[in-house]
Ligand binder design. Structure first.
Ligand code: FAD
Ligand code: EPU
Length: 344
């Protein structure tokens, strides 16, 4: 075993309630928090000599704990944001995995570097952003992603991944699908633009800018608008436990879509990457779930894609609610919704 630094905490049998935005109260057999990449690597190497499972935890904003965790939970708390390269048009910014995602967005926006502003106010760590290729308001993380460094728990070495290597798609990457749990992302580099192109076409961004009487918007106006819209639609995890959208929006072939459109002329859909994406929120609302409360759990009143913990919910109660929703949506629309959240 290799020694780890003094500032790394080791705890046993601790509650994970403060470490997941759903506020689910389960215990971790072991819990450590890494503040340097060296500690992450040493701990990961040491862990290979251990039979217990390892869970890498960021901000816990896309996780649903369903039972006590029998192994080691390693919370990534490494900090640092720095410019590593710059030319006339672009800036390359590298963030340690444990930086809060929104601190990185703010860092770029205040300097006038464009690309991340539509992704303002998404909870979680910068290092987790590639896992599901976070997206919002017409932009995805992959649009500015340059590369990341990760520790491979199989080969025991550090590796660099380009945009192509990561296999990004809607709410997905190799880190969420075929290689889930294999790599620990250590840092991520983004390429931002000194001449930002604004993305204002999603939802009511333009309307909100007009309402704010912004005539020539810049990226800080976009950030402010996105933050405002989000705060009206999404519950604050500090007040109401949730993990954002519980389900993904489903994609359909044009044939499937034509049949549905015939039966449900008002169905809400978008064209994305040449495919048809349906609004799961709309379908859930049509099934009568919006704002419903069932004991400890419920469906958010302003955004039915978001399931909430009204107090002392267990992960299983949330799963039961999600299964009921999936069943009714499937009965009505013939579509089985897929969870976006990671079950542990
Ligand atoms: P965690 O929940 O800690 O982990 C998620 C998964 O990634 C787990 O499987 C974990 O093991 C793995 N992981 C964590 N860190 C690492 C690492 N360093 N290396 C490898 N694997 C790792 N998402 C969107 O895409 N768009 C949104 O608009 C959005 N809005 C949200 C709004 C709210 C109110 C909430 C609560 C969530 C929202 N989310 C959204 C979901 C969530 O914020 C993102 O998925 C975020 O990237 C999760 O980051 P995290 O650090 O909290 O991940
Ligand atoms: N809608 C309803 N009823 C509602 C709310 C929405 O019918 O109560 C319909 C409306 O037609 C609305 C449409 O759904 O125009 C889309 O709603 P919204 O803009 O809120 O987006 P979403 O598709 O429901 C997605 C992401 C969010 C992201 C927003 C904004 C997924 C699974 N979710 O939600 O991401 O913030 O777009 O871009 O793709 C997350 O992943 O956790 C998340 C919050």
């Amino acid at each position: 075993m290799t020694a780890i630094s003094m500032n790394m905490h080791h705890l046993e049998n601790i509650s994970l309630r403060p470490y997941n935005t759903f506020g689910i109260d389960v215990k971790a057999r072991f819990f450590s928090e890494a503040h340097s990449e060296e500690d992450v690597v040493i701990l990961a190497k040491n862990h290979r000599e251990d039979d217990r499972p390892l869970l890498i935890l960021g901000g816990g904003s896309n996780i649903l704990f369903t039972k006590d965790y029998p192994g080691m939970v390693l919370k990534i708390s490494t900090k640092g944001i720095r410019v590593i390269k710059e030319d006339e048009t672009s800036v390359w910014v590298k963030a340690s995995a444990g930086e809060a995602w929104d601190d990185l967005v703010k860092f770029c926006v205040v300097r006038g570097w464009g690309g991340l502003e539509n992704l303002s106010a998404i909870p979680g760590n910068a290092g987790t952003s590639p896992v599901q290729n976070i997206g919002a308001y017409g932009v995805e993380m992959k649009d500015t992603f340059c590369e990341l460094e990760a520790f491979d728990l199989e080969s025991n070495r550090k590796m660099t991944f380009s945009n192509e290597d990561c296999g990004f798609s809607y709410r997905d990457s190799i880190f969420k699908s075929q290689n889930k749990g294999r790599f620990i992302i250590l840092n991520v580099t983004f390429c931002l633009s000194k001449n930002p192109i604004l993305h204002l076409d999603y939802g009511n961004i333009r309307e909100e800018l007009n309402a704010m009487k912004v005539v020539q918007p810049g990226i800080s106006d976009v950030r402010e608008t996105v933050c405002r819209i989000r705060s009206l639609k999404l519950p604050d995890p500090a007040v109401t436990g949730n993990a954002g959208s519980f389900f993904k929006n489903p994609f359909l072939s044009s044939q499937q879509y034509e049949v549905l459109k015939h039966n449900f002329p008002d169905i809400v859909s978008y064209l994305q990457d040449g495919k048809i994406k349906l609004s799961a929120a709309w379908m859930i609302e049509q099934c009568g779930w919006k704002g419903k409360r069932i004991g400890n759990v419920g469906v958010h009143e302003a955004q039915p894609l978001v399931l909430v913990n009204n107090g002392n919910a267990t992960g299983l109660e949330i799963i039961n609610l999600s299964n009921d929703i999936r069943q009714l949506v499937s009965q009505k629309f013939g579509i089985m919704l897929e969870p976006e959240v990671n079950f542990v």
